[in-house]
Design a binder for this molecule. Structure first.
Ligand code: BGC
Length: 484
Protein backbone atom coordinates (compact mmCIF):
# COMPACT_ATOMS: atom_id res chain seq x y z
CA UNK A 1 0.00 0.00 0.00
CA UNK A 2 1.15 3.57 -0.63
CA UNK A 3 2.21 5.86 2.18
CA UNK A 4 0.16 8.02 4.57
CA UNK A 5 -0.45 10.76 2.00
CA UNK A 6 -2.89 8.57 0.15
CA UNK A 7 -6.40 8.97 -1.28
CA UNK A 8 -9.02 11.61 -0.96
CA UNK A 9 -7.60 13.81 1.74
CA UNK A 10 -7.67 17.57 1.94
CA UNK A 11 -4.59 19.51 2.98
CA UNK A 12 -6.33 20.36 6.28
CA UNK A 13 -7.07 16.76 7.14
CA UNK A 14 -3.49 15.84 6.32
CA UNK A 15 -2.22 18.64 8.53
CA UNK A 16 -4.50 17.64 11.38
CA UNK A 17 -3.44 13.99 11.26
CA UNK A 18 0.23 14.94 11.10
CA UNK A 19 -0.09 17.27 14.10
CA UNK A 20 -1.87 14.54 16.04
CA UNK A 21 0.76 11.89 15.32
CA UNK A 22 3.60 14.30 16.15
CA UNK A 23 1.95 15.13 19.50
CA UNK A 24 1.44 11.53 20.53
CA UNK A 25 4.98 10.64 19.44
CA UNK A 26 6.29 13.47 21.62
CA UNK A 27 4.40 12.00 24.58
CA UNK A 28 5.97 8.58 23.96
CA UNK A 29 9.40 10.17 23.58
CA UNK A 30 9.26 11.53 27.14
CA UNK A 31 10.39 7.97 27.91
CA UNK A 32 13.60 8.83 26.05
CA UNK A 33 13.96 11.93 28.19
CA UNK A 34 13.86 9.76 31.35
CA UNK A 35 16.46 7.47 29.76
CA UNK A 36 18.88 10.36 29.18
CA UNK A 37 18.10 12.02 32.50
CA UNK A 38 18.71 8.90 34.57
CA UNK A 39 21.98 7.89 32.93
CA UNK A 40 23.34 11.41 33.43
CA UNK A 41 21.90 12.67 36.76
CA UNK A 42 24.22 10.48 38.82
CA UNK A 43 27.28 12.37 37.48
CA UNK A 44 26.64 15.41 39.64
CA UNK A 45 25.71 13.36 42.71
CA UNK A 46 28.24 10.54 42.69
CA UNK A 47 31.10 12.16 44.62
CA UNK A 48 28.84 13.46 47.39
CA UNK A 49 27.05 10.11 47.68
CA UNK A 50 30.37 8.26 47.79
CA UNK A 51 31.53 10.40 50.72
CA UNK A 52 28.17 10.35 52.50
CA UNK A 53 28.05 6.55 52.61
CA UNK A 54 31.85 6.11 52.86
CA UNK A 55 31.99 3.91 49.74
CA UNK A 56 35.17 2.59 48.19
CA UNK A 57 35.74 3.13 44.46
CA UNK A 58 34.37 -0.29 43.43
CA UNK A 59 31.15 0.16 45.38
CA UNK A 60 30.78 3.70 44.14
CA UNK A 61 31.22 2.51 40.53
CA UNK A 62 28.59 -0.13 41.13
CA UNK A 63 26.15 2.41 42.60
CA UNK A 64 26.44 4.19 39.23
CA UNK A 65 26.31 1.17 36.95
CA UNK A 66 23.69 -0.95 38.77
CA UNK A 67 21.03 1.20 37.08
CA UNK A 68 22.28 -0.09 33.70
CA UNK A 69 21.74 -3.68 34.84
CA UNK A 70 18.25 -2.74 36.07
CA UNK A 71 17.61 -1.24 32.65
CA UNK A 72 18.63 -4.50 30.94
CA UNK A 73 16.07 -6.35 33.08
CA UNK A 74 13.37 -3.73 32.40
CA UNK A 75 14.00 -3.85 28.65
CA UNK A 76 13.85 -7.66 28.63
CA UNK A 77 10.42 -7.79 30.26
CA UNK A 78 8.91 -4.73 28.59
CA UNK A 79 8.21 -6.53 25.32
CA UNK A 80 6.27 -9.27 27.03
CA UNK A 81 4.17 -6.87 29.07
CA UNK A 82 3.57 -4.75 25.97
CA UNK A 83 2.22 -7.74 24.07
CA UNK A 84 0.02 -8.82 26.92
CA UNK A 85 -1.29 -5.59 28.45
CA UNK A 86 -0.71 -3.04 25.71
CA UNK A 87 1.75 -0.28 24.92
CA UNK A 88 0.06 2.35 27.11
CA UNK A 89 0.17 0.14 30.21
CA UNK A 90 3.92 -0.25 29.73
CA UNK A 91 4.48 3.50 29.49
CA UNK A 92 2.55 4.05 32.71
CA UNK A 93 4.49 1.27 34.46
CA UNK A 94 7.82 2.71 33.28
CA UNK A 95 6.92 6.19 34.55
CA UNK A 96 5.79 4.92 37.94
CA UNK A 97 8.89 2.74 38.42
CA UNK A 98 11.10 5.65 37.52
CA UNK A 99 9.30 7.90 40.01
CA UNK A 100 9.68 5.30 42.79
CA UNK A 101 13.39 4.99 41.99
CA UNK A 102 13.84 8.78 42.09
CA UNK A 103 12.11 9.24 45.46
CA UNK A 104 13.81 6.17 46.95
CA UNK A 105 17.29 7.35 45.87
CA UNK A 106 16.58 10.81 47.25
CA UNK A 107 15.70 9.38 50.67
CA UNK A 108 18.42 6.70 50.69
CA UNK A 109 19.83 6.08 54.16
CA UNK A 110 22.43 3.39 53.33
CA UNK A 111 24.36 2.02 50.39
CA UNK A 112 22.17 -1.05 50.02
CA UNK A 113 18.90 0.84 49.69
CA UNK A 114 20.47 3.43 47.37
CA UNK A 115 21.52 0.57 45.07
CA UNK A 116 18.06 -0.96 45.31
CA UNK A 117 16.34 2.31 44.29
CA UNK A 118 18.83 2.89 41.48
CA UNK A 119 17.98 -0.57 40.14
CA UNK A 120 14.21 0.10 40.41
CA UNK A 121 14.60 3.39 38.53
CA UNK A 122 16.86 1.59 36.04
CA UNK A 123 14.13 -0.98 35.37
CA UNK A 124 11.80 1.94 34.56
CA UNK A 125 14.39 3.35 32.16
CA UNK A 126 14.84 -0.01 30.45
CA UNK A 127 11.10 -0.25 29.99
CA UNK A 128 11.06 3.27 28.54
CA UNK A 129 13.87 2.43 26.11
CA UNK A 130 11.75 -0.32 24.56
CA UNK A 131 8.28 1.09 24.59
CA UNK A 132 8.89 4.56 23.19
CA UNK A 133 10.40 3.37 19.87
CA UNK A 134 7.84 0.53 19.58
CA UNK A 135 4.88 2.82 20.08
CA UNK A 136 6.18 5.59 17.83
CA UNK A 137 6.89 3.17 14.96
CA UNK A 138 3.44 1.63 15.36
CA UNK A 139 1.49 4.88 15.16
CA UNK A 140 3.63 6.71 12.59
CA UNK A 141 2.80 6.78 8.85
CA UNK A 142 5.71 5.34 6.85
CA UNK A 143 6.72 8.59 5.14
CA UNK A 144 7.61 10.35 8.44
CA UNK A 145 8.38 7.32 10.61
CA UNK A 146 12.15 7.95 10.66
CA UNK A 147 11.70 11.56 11.72
CA UNK A 148 9.25 10.64 14.47
CA UNK A 149 11.47 7.75 15.61
CA UNK A 150 14.40 10.17 15.88
CA UNK A 151 12.40 12.06 18.54
CA UNK A 152 13.46 9.28 20.90
CA UNK A 153 17.12 10.23 20.49
CA UNK A 154 16.29 13.93 20.67
CA UNK A 155 14.58 13.27 23.99
CA UNK A 156 17.53 11.15 25.25
CA UNK A 157 19.99 13.91 24.44
CA UNK A 158 17.78 16.62 25.96
CA UNK A 159 17.45 14.41 29.06
CA UNK A 160 21.25 14.18 29.37
CA UNK A 161 21.57 17.96 28.98
CA UNK A 162 18.77 18.82 31.45
CA UNK A 163 20.20 16.46 34.09
CA UNK A 164 23.62 18.14 33.77
CA UNK A 165 22.05 21.58 34.05
CA UNK A 166 19.78 20.65 36.92
CA UNK A 167 22.70 19.08 38.85
CA UNK A 168 24.82 22.17 38.26
CA UNK A 169 22.02 24.51 39.33
CA UNK A 170 21.27 22.58 42.53
CA UNK A 171 24.95 22.18 43.45
CA UNK A 172 25.66 25.87 42.84
CA UNK A 173 22.71 26.84 44.99
CA UNK A 174 23.91 24.71 47.88
CA UNK A 175 27.64 25.33 47.44
CA UNK A 176 28.52 21.74 46.58
CA UNK A 177 26.51 18.56 45.97
CA UNK A 178 27.24 17.50 49.57
CA UNK A 179 25.98 20.72 51.22
CA UNK A 180 22.47 21.16 52.55
CA UNK A 181 19.93 23.37 50.83
CA UNK A 182 16.11 23.69 50.66
CA UNK A 183 14.28 21.84 53.49
CA UNK A 184 17.65 21.05 55.01
CA UNK A 185 18.32 18.25 52.51
CA UNK A 186 21.71 17.66 50.97
CA UNK A 187 21.86 18.89 47.35
CA UNK A 188 22.41 15.40 45.90
CA UNK A 189 19.01 14.30 47.25
CA UNK A 190 17.34 17.10 45.31
CA UNK A 191 19.22 16.03 42.17
CA UNK A 192 17.49 12.66 42.30
CA UNK A 193 14.05 13.85 43.37
CA UNK A 194 13.73 16.23 40.39
CA UNK A 195 13.22 13.12 38.20
CA UNK A 196 9.78 12.61 39.74
CA UNK A 197 8.35 15.46 37.65
CA UNK A 198 9.02 14.09 34.14
CA UNK A 199 8.26 10.51 35.18
CA UNK A 200 4.81 11.24 36.59
CA UNK A 201 4.12 13.57 33.68
CA UNK A 202 4.91 10.69 31.32
CA UNK A 203 2.67 8.26 33.19
CA UNK A 204 -0.16 10.80 33.16
CA UNK A 205 0.16 11.75 29.49
CA UNK A 206 0.50 8.11 28.44
CA UNK A 207 -3.03 7.58 29.75
CA UNK A 208 -4.30 10.23 27.32
CA UNK A 209 -2.81 8.92 24.03
CA UNK A 210 -4.55 6.29 21.88
CA UNK A 211 -3.47 2.65 22.12
CA UNK A 212 -1.25 1.34 19.29
CA UNK A 213 -3.42 0.17 16.36
CA UNK A 214 -1.14 -2.84 15.84
CA UNK A 215 -1.67 -3.97 19.44
CA UNK A 216 -5.45 -3.39 19.17
CA UNK A 217 -5.64 -5.55 16.06
CA UNK A 218 -3.68 -8.31 17.79
CA UNK A 219 -6.34 -8.16 20.52
CA UNK A 220 -9.16 -8.37 17.96
CA UNK A 221 -10.30 -4.78 18.66
CA UNK A 222 -10.78 -3.94 15.00
CA UNK A 223 -13.17 -1.03 15.41
CA UNK A 224 -10.95 0.76 17.93
CA UNK A 225 -7.91 0.14 15.72
CA UNK A 226 -9.72 1.62 12.71
CA UNK A 227 -10.55 4.74 14.73
CA UNK A 228 -6.93 5.20 15.78
CA UNK A 229 -5.70 4.67 12.23
CA UNK A 230 -8.16 7.29 11.03
CA UNK A 231 -6.75 9.75 13.57
CA UNK A 232 -3.11 9.19 12.70
CA UNK A 233 -3.35 8.59 8.97
CA UNK A 234 -6.06 11.22 8.36
CA UNK A 235 -9.49 10.75 6.88
CA UNK A 236 -8.84 7.99 4.40
CA UNK A 237 -11.81 6.40 2.72
CA UNK A 238 -13.36 3.66 4.83
CA UNK A 239 -12.27 1.19 2.22
CA UNK A 240 -8.62 2.26 2.45
CA UNK A 241 -8.71 2.03 6.25
CA UNK A 242 -10.23 -1.43 6.13
CA UNK A 243 -7.57 -2.53 3.69
CA UNK A 244 -4.90 -1.28 6.10
CA UNK A 245 -6.53 -3.11 9.01
CA UNK A 246 -6.65 -6.36 7.09
CA UNK A 247 -3.00 -6.00 6.05
CA UNK A 248 -2.01 -5.51 9.66
CA UNK A 249 -4.17 -8.45 10.76
CA UNK A 250 -2.58 -10.62 8.11
CA UNK A 251 0.90 -9.69 9.27
CA UNK A 252 0.04 -10.53 12.89
CA UNK A 253 -1.81 -13.77 12.28
CA UNK A 254 -0.94 -16.39 14.82
CA UNK A 255 -2.45 -19.22 16.81
CA UNK A 256 -0.79 -18.66 20.16
CA UNK A 257 0.32 -15.84 22.49
CA UNK A 258 3.40 -13.89 21.37
CA UNK A 259 6.51 -14.86 23.33
CA UNK A 260 10.29 -14.85 23.21
CA UNK A 261 10.09 -18.29 21.55
CA UNK A 262 9.03 -16.44 18.39
CA UNK A 263 12.57 -15.11 18.10
CA UNK A 264 14.11 -18.55 17.76
CA UNK A 265 15.72 -19.31 14.46
CA UNK A 266 18.26 -21.39 12.60
CA UNK A 267 21.37 -19.31 13.14
CA UNK A 268 22.92 -19.60 16.59
CA UNK A 269 19.46 -20.04 18.03
CA UNK A 270 17.88 -16.80 16.82
CA UNK A 271 16.30 -15.36 13.68
CA UNK A 272 18.81 -13.41 11.56
CA UNK A 273 16.81 -10.20 12.00
CA UNK A 274 17.12 -10.55 15.78
CA UNK A 275 20.89 -10.92 15.48
CA UNK A 276 20.97 -7.77 13.35
CA UNK A 277 19.04 -5.91 16.09
CA UNK A 278 21.35 -7.18 18.82
CA UNK A 279 24.48 -6.30 16.86
CA UNK A 280 23.19 -2.83 16.00
CA UNK A 281 22.72 -2.26 19.73
CA UNK A 282 26.07 -3.70 20.73
CA UNK A 283 27.99 -1.73 18.08
CA UNK A 284 26.17 1.47 19.11
CA UNK A 285 27.62 1.06 22.60
CA UNK A 286 30.94 -0.58 21.76
CA UNK A 287 32.17 2.48 19.82
CA UNK A 288 32.48 4.01 23.31
CA UNK A 289 29.98 6.87 23.16
CA UNK A 290 29.10 6.74 26.84
CA UNK A 291 32.75 6.89 27.82
CA UNK A 292 32.58 10.44 26.49
CA UNK A 293 29.39 11.19 28.42
CA UNK A 294 30.20 9.42 31.69
CA UNK A 295 33.90 10.24 31.95
CA UNK A 296 34.20 13.48 29.99
CA UNK A 297 35.59 15.50 32.87
CA UNK A 298 38.62 13.18 33.07
CA UNK A 299 39.11 13.52 29.32
CA UNK A 300 39.01 17.32 29.28
CA UNK A 301 41.29 17.61 32.29
CA UNK A 302 43.77 15.45 30.39
CA UNK A 303 43.85 17.96 27.56
CA UNK A 304 44.83 20.62 30.08
CA UNK A 305 41.51 22.15 31.20
CA UNK A 306 40.80 23.25 34.78
CA UNK A 307 37.91 21.50 36.55
CA UNK A 308 35.36 24.27 35.85
CA UNK A 309 36.43 24.54 32.19
CA UNK A 310 36.13 20.76 31.94
CA UNK A 311 32.56 20.90 33.27
CA UNK A 312 31.62 23.71 30.87
CA UNK A 313 33.09 21.72 28.00
CA UNK A 314 30.98 18.72 29.02
CA UNK A 315 27.86 20.90 28.89
CA UNK A 316 28.87 22.18 25.43
CA UNK A 317 29.36 18.60 24.23
CA UNK A 318 25.91 17.67 25.47
CA UNK A 319 24.37 20.63 23.60
CA UNK A 320 26.21 19.59 20.43
CA UNK A 321 24.74 16.14 20.96
CA UNK A 322 21.21 17.59 21.02
CA UNK A 323 21.72 19.89 18.03
CA UNK A 324 23.19 17.27 15.69
CA UNK A 325 20.14 15.04 16.19
CA UNK A 326 18.34 17.51 13.89
CA UNK A 327 20.67 16.44 11.08
CA UNK A 328 19.19 12.95 11.38
CA UNK A 329 15.65 14.28 11.69
CA UNK A 330 16.13 16.25 8.46
CA UNK A 331 17.69 13.43 6.47
CA UNK A 332 16.62 10.02 7.76
CA UNK A 333 13.46 9.78 5.67
CA UNK A 334 15.15 11.26 2.61
CA UNK A 335 18.56 9.66 2.31
CA UNK A 336 17.68 6.63 4.43
CA UNK A 337 18.99 4.75 7.43
CA UNK A 338 21.87 2.84 5.84
CA UNK A 339 23.74 5.76 4.30
CA UNK A 340 23.56 7.64 7.60
CA UNK A 341 24.95 4.66 9.52
CA UNK A 342 27.83 4.12 7.09
CA UNK A 343 28.73 7.82 7.16
CA UNK A 344 28.62 7.72 10.96
CA UNK A 345 30.88 4.68 11.16
CA UNK A 346 33.40 6.34 8.86
CA UNK A 347 33.33 9.60 10.86
CA UNK A 348 33.73 7.75 14.15
CA UNK A 349 36.58 5.62 12.81
CA UNK A 350 38.56 8.66 11.68
CA UNK A 351 37.89 10.72 14.81
CA UNK A 352 38.61 7.88 17.25
CA UNK A 353 41.81 7.05 15.39
CA UNK A 354 42.91 10.68 15.66
CA UNK A 355 42.10 10.66 19.39
CA UNK A 356 44.15 7.49 19.84
CA UNK A 357 47.06 9.13 18.00
CA UNK A 358 46.72 12.29 20.12
CA UNK A 359 46.68 10.33 23.38
CA UNK A 360 49.67 8.25 22.31
CA UNK A 361 51.60 11.53 22.76
CA UNK A 362 50.42 11.94 26.36
CA UNK A 363 52.79 12.41 29.24
CA UNK A 364 52.11 11.20 32.80
CA UNK A 365 49.59 8.57 33.70
CA UNK A 366 46.34 7.96 35.60
CA UNK A 367 44.72 11.19 36.74
CA UNK A 368 47.87 13.18 35.91
CA UNK A 369 47.87 12.37 32.22
CA UNK A 370 48.28 15.45 30.01
CA UNK A 371 48.66 16.22 26.32
CA UNK A 372 51.36 18.54 24.93
CA UNK A 373 50.31 20.97 22.19
CA UNK A 374 49.21 20.64 19.41
CA UNK A 375 47.89 17.24 20.52
CA UNK A 376 45.62 18.77 23.16
CA UNK A 377 43.81 20.83 20.53
CA UNK A 378 43.69 17.88 18.16
CA UNK A 379 42.15 15.78 20.97
CA UNK A 380 39.43 18.38 21.63
CA UNK A 381 38.59 18.82 17.94
CA UNK A 382 38.29 15.12 17.21
CA UNK A 383 36.35 14.35 20.38
CA UNK A 384 33.75 16.78 19.06
CA UNK A 385 33.89 15.36 15.54
CA UNK A 386 33.27 11.99 17.17
CA UNK A 387 30.20 13.18 19.11
CA UNK A 388 28.83 14.81 15.94
CA UNK A 389 29.45 11.64 13.90
CA UNK A 390 27.58 9.55 16.47
CA UNK A 391 24.82 12.00 17.36
CA UNK A 392 23.75 12.61 13.76
CA UNK A 393 23.75 8.94 12.79
CA UNK A 394 24.17 5.91 15.07
CA UNK A 395 22.48 7.59 18.06
CA UNK A 396 19.08 8.24 16.43
CA UNK A 397 19.17 5.72 13.60
CA UNK A 398 19.65 2.66 15.82
CA UNK A 399 16.50 3.58 17.77
CA UNK A 400 14.58 4.25 14.57
CA UNK A 401 15.64 0.90 13.12
CA UNK A 402 14.97 -1.06 16.30
CA UNK A 403 11.45 0.39 16.36
CA UNK A 404 10.61 -0.49 12.79
CA UNK A 405 12.77 -3.32 11.45
CA UNK A 406 11.06 -6.30 13.10
CA UNK A 407 7.96 -7.89 11.58
CA UNK A 408 4.73 -6.90 13.40
CA UNK A 409 4.41 -10.26 15.11
CA UNK A 410 7.74 -10.04 16.91
CA UNK A 411 8.28 -6.29 17.15
CA UNK A 412 7.95 -5.82 20.91
CA UNK A 413 9.84 -9.03 21.75
CA UNK A 414 12.63 -8.36 19.21
CA UNK A 415 13.12 -4.80 20.37
CA UNK A 416 13.12 -5.94 24.00
CA UNK A 417 15.97 -8.39 23.40
CA UNK A 418 17.98 -5.91 21.32
CA UNK A 419 17.53 -3.14 23.92
CA UNK A 420 18.48 -5.49 26.78
CA UNK A 421 21.67 -6.32 24.83
CA UNK A 422 22.30 -2.60 24.45
CA UNK A 423 22.09 -2.00 28.21
CA UNK A 424 24.43 -4.92 28.91
CA UNK A 425 26.90 -3.62 26.33
CA UNK A 426 26.66 -0.17 27.91
CA UNK A 427 27.43 -1.75 31.30
CA UNK A 428 30.40 -3.70 29.91
CA UNK A 429 31.95 -0.71 28.12
CA UNK A 430 31.47 1.80 30.91
CA UNK A 431 32.76 -0.49 33.65
CA UNK A 432 35.79 -1.65 31.64
CA UNK A 433 36.85 1.87 30.63
CA UNK A 434 38.66 2.85 33.87
CA UNK A 435 40.94 -0.22 33.64
CA UNK A 436 41.56 0.35 29.94
CA UNK A 437 42.31 4.01 30.63
CA UNK A 438 44.91 2.95 33.21
CA UNK A 439 46.73 1.06 30.45
CA UNK A 440 46.62 4.21 28.32
CA UNK A 441 43.78 6.22 26.75
CA UNK A 442 45.28 5.56 23.31
CA UNK A 443 44.45 1.86 23.72
CA UNK A 444 40.88 2.62 24.74
CA UNK A 445 40.26 4.94 21.76
CA UNK A 446 42.20 2.62 19.45
CA UNK A 447 39.91 -0.24 20.42
CA UNK A 448 36.78 1.85 19.87
CA UNK A 449 38.19 2.95 16.48
CA UNK A 450 38.57 -0.68 15.46
CA UNK A 451 35.00 -1.39 16.51
CA UNK A 452 33.79 1.62 14.48
CA UNK A 453 35.53 0.10 11.45
CA UNK A 454 33.82 -3.24 12.05
CA UNK A 455 30.48 -1.46 12.41
CA UNK A 456 30.99 -0.07 8.89
CA UNK A 457 31.41 -3.56 7.47
CA UNK A 458 28.44 -4.84 9.48
CA UNK A 459 26.10 -2.13 8.18
CA UNK A 460 27.19 -2.67 4.57
CA UNK A 461 26.66 -6.40 4.78
CA UNK A 462 23.80 -7.02 7.17
CA UNK A 463 21.50 -4.02 7.57
CA UNK A 464 18.53 -3.58 5.25
CA UNK A 465 17.14 -0.19 4.28
CA UNK A 466 13.67 0.43 5.73
CA UNK A 467 13.06 3.99 4.52
CA UNK A 468 9.47 4.49 3.29
CA UNK A 469 8.46 0.85 3.80
CA UNK A 470 5.21 -0.01 5.56
CA UNK A 471 5.63 -1.93 8.84
CA UNK A 472 3.52 -4.69 7.31
CA UNK A 473 6.25 -5.20 4.72
CA UNK A 474 8.99 -5.87 7.28
CA UNK A 475 8.67 -9.57 6.80
CA UNK A 476 12.19 -10.87 6.39
CA UNK A 477 11.82 -12.80 9.64
CA UNK A 478 13.24 -16.05 8.50
CA UNK A 479 15.50 -14.96 5.69
CA UNK A 480 19.19 -14.37 5.95
CA UNK A 481 20.01 -10.67 6.02
CA UNK A 482 20.85 -9.26 2.61
CA UNK A 483 22.25 -5.89 1.71
CA UNK A 484 19.87 -3.30 0.31
C1 BGC B 1 22.40 5.71 23.37
C2 BGC B 1 22.83 6.10 24.75
C3 BGC B 1 23.73 7.31 24.69
C4 BGC B 1 23.08 8.42 23.91
C5 BGC B 1 24.03 9.58 23.73
C6 BGC B 1 21.75 6.89 22.69
O1 BGC B 1 21.34 6.53 21.41
O2 BGC B 1 21.48 4.64 23.40
O3 BGC B 1 23.47 5.03 25.38
O4 BGC B 1 24.00 7.79 26.00
O5 BGC B 1 22.67 7.95 22.63
O6 BGC B 1 23.42 10.61 23.07
Amino acid sequence: MADGREVGRTADEQQHATTKVVMISIVAAIGGFLFGFDTSVINGAVDAVTDRFAMGSTLSGFAVSCALLGAAVGAWFAGRIADRFGRKAVMVTGGVLFAIGAVGSAFAFAVWDLILWRVVGGVGVGVASVIAPTYIAEVAPAYIRGRLGSLQQLAITVGIFVALLSDAFIARNAGTAADTTWLGWEAWRWMFVVGVVPSLLWAFLALQVPESPRYLIAQGETQKATDVLRQVLGDRSLEALQRKVSEIRQSMRREDEPSLRDLRGPRFGLLPIVWVGILLSVFQQAVGINVIFYYSTTLWKAVGFQESQALTTSVITSVTNVVVTFIAIATVDRIGRKPLLTLGSAGMFVSLTMMAVAFSQATGSGKDVSLPQPWGTIGVIFANVYVISFGATWGPVVWVLLGEMFPNKIRAAGLAVAAAAQWLANFAISTSFPSLAKLGLQYAYGLYALIALLSFVFVRRAVQETKGQELEDMGAESEAPRSA
